[in-house]
Design a binder for this molecule. Structure first.
Ligand code: SF4
Length: 316
């Protein structure tokens, strides 16, 4: 059976979306362009989000003291060895807040990336309160010739949670940024975390309705990952009862329920995160992401479930 997204997988998968868009395999190259974050440098706050540990996600070849073009070259060399089929690349600005600089600086950095060999576009990770109209206008201009996606840390749709984890922005700001991005014809991605302190399972499930109403192109889901040394790790050690720390099976059951309520048009890029063991406060699940995904797809099959099966049904 083919689903509304045109293939037989039971969710609107990012890899199929990208294959369709570019006609083949596209590899993301993560780089660290040395941006800071308004929630760390005092612009909005100084402590950062209580869960944040950027070091946990940076691949070894990317380091902000190397020029962007060098990081890209080294990234391509790394991927060429591992995935010989990859010939097209998207540069992924992941660490910190990648629109947190004057427009002229952003233009120089993004151009440097787009002028590198094999690069067909950018994925720019940022905060919803860090994209004014001048920055979006720059991205819109770049999108005339390249694929430019803006990926927003949404994390939660509840302001009580955003306050508690010290995000220093509201959900209304998130929705506003996503609307302004989509209005310019730019694909907007989002990132959600499940298990943040004080959020019940029902509240997390209900957020599928609010996420579905946003003009998002794609979404990533992560179970809460607790990293050693973060403020959230301290909070967990003091008061573990306010957290929903999912076991893998239980989490996959939750994600199945969640995506049944999700708009089938939203492309799902990830369903879970992998915690590097050396940073993890509590023992990570173990399996690699591809194994988690395979298990998830098997469970979807067994339950005869698919993304959007109960879309529009938010009466829980
Ligand atoms: S999660 Fe993002 S916004 Fe929050 S402190 Fe870390 S880099 Fe800044």
């Amino acid at each position: 059976m083919k689903y509304p997204w045109g293939h037989t997988r039971r969710f609107n998968s990012y890899s199929e979306y990208i294959r369709k868009l570019f006609g083949g395999r596209v590899q993301k190259l993560t780089i660290d362009a040395g941006f800071s974050c308004p929630n760390r440098d005092g612009t909005k706050g100084t402590g950062g989000c209580t869960f944040c540990l950027n070091d946990a996600f940076n691949p070894s070849y990317c380091h902000p003291d190397k020029p962007v073009s060098q990081q890209i070259e080294e990234g391509i060399a790394f991927h060429e060895k591992r995935y010989r089929r990859a010939t097209q690349y998207l540069v992924y600005f992941q660490a910190y807040t990648n629109t947190h600089a004057p427009v002229e600086t952003l233009q120089n950095i993004y151009r440097q990336a787009l002028d590198s060999r094999g690069i067909i576009g950018l994925v720019i990770g940022t905060r919803p309160d860090c994209v004014d109209d001048d920055k979006l206008a720059l991205l819109q201009e770049l999108s005339q010739k390249h694929h430019i996606m803006v990926e927003y840390g949404i994390e939660s749709v509840y302001n009580k949670t955003l306050r508690r984890v010290n995000r220093c922005h509201t959900f209304e700001e998130t929705a506003d940024a996503i609307y302004r991005t989509a209005k310019r014809g730019l694909p907007a991605g989002g990132h959600m975390v499940f298990g943040l302190p004080g959020e019940s399972r029902e509240e997390m499930l209900q957020s599928a309705g609010m996420i579905s109403k946003l003009p998002l192109t794609s979404i990533k889901f992560h179970q809460l990952q607790l990293f050693k040394g973060t403020a959230m790790a301290d909070e967990y050690l003091t008061n573990p009862g306010v957290f929903k720390v999912f076991e893998m099976e239980e989490y996959l059951e939750f994600i199945i329920e969640y995506i049944e309520l999700l708009d089938p048009q939203i492309v799902i890029e990830r369903i879970a995160g992998e915690t590097p063991p050396r940073y993890a406060l509590i023992r990570p699940w173990g399996p690699r992401y591809d194994q988690i995904l395979a298990k998830f797809e098997k469970m979807l099959e067994e339950k005869d479930s698919w993304q959007g099966k109960r879309y529009g049904n938010y009466e829980l």
